[in-house]
Design a protein around this ligand. Sequence first.
Ligand code: ADP
Ligand code: MG
Length: 332
Amino acid sequence: MACSLAPALPHQMFHRVGAAPHQMMRKVPTPPPPPPPEEARLSDFEWIGDLGAGGFAKVSKVRHRRTGAVFALKMSKDADPKREEEAEVLRRAAGSPHVVGCHALLRGPGGEPGCVLELMDAGSLGDVLRRRRGRGGLPEHALAEAAAHCAVGLAQLHSRGVAHLDVKPDNFLASSRGEIKIGDFNTSRILYGGAGGEHPMVVPLTAGTRCYFSPERFAPGARAGPHGAMAADVWSLGVTVLELFLGRFAFARGLSAAALELAICQTATVGLYACRKKQRRRQSCDEFVEACLQREPVRRATVKQLLVHPFLARRDVQVSRCALRDIIVSSL
Ligand code: ADP
Ligand code: MG
């Protein structure tokens, strides 16, 4: 089937990213005020179906009664004030093409916050992998394109002064248009001063999904400033890309918490060896993953460096975009 996607050059993809993470370190630009998401009421929407549920929220497909537009409605399971930060992150990231868009904010009957999100009609990348079960990881071109979208989404978030801190395939959302966007900001942390200030924050690294934790996050009470928090995301991106390559979680399944910690902290290259064995010519993928999975956070690539890594920058964008879209659509 001919692919009708418009071509995009690598530099076109990347120059949409705002200030680079290292630029954020020196001088924090005041982000332009994003358009505030509209206020809405729960009764403005009718339920169509369930889309998914995570630890903190339930996500449903809904239709706006007046306009007929279809969205994903993410309702928090409780009214914990910590949940408010997700809305603030969505406000900060507004307009980033690889961050899931938020159209409106509302409250449930118990005061629990809800976000009316753009509908990503293929679910998460984790869902795509589960639907492909038995068919292995993503083929070369689709893999490079998926990794590029994930890295650009993360870069867009970092450039707005936000660390995600729960990067994993279940938190990247896919559409049948062949796009991947980063979502789920429950554990995300704003890295520079609360109310728009420029003061760098030290944030806890202990929330999130342990299988995707970098070694330093296992230390009791682990915390980090902006550099460290962003480096933690880069590790998780490496594990995510490795999972997309292998078609299964990068470390052995069913490990106890202690064995998993040991595997991550001491044998982090295990997945890489599997990767190399499987297909030698995917060297640039190996190197990309290896740049993310450096045990020392200061040795890890920044997301800005990843964006110009040959694995992403040298891909044939048009071929890769079609390949990714085909993989997503064929999994539906
Ligand atoms: P939690 O914070 O509870 O983990 P998520 O935001 O990760 O919630 O959403 C849980 C699941 O709901 C996702 O893995 C995905 O399958 C689905 N989902 C979330 N947001 C959307 C969306 N915008 N469009 C389609 N599906 C979504
Ligand atoms: Mg989630």
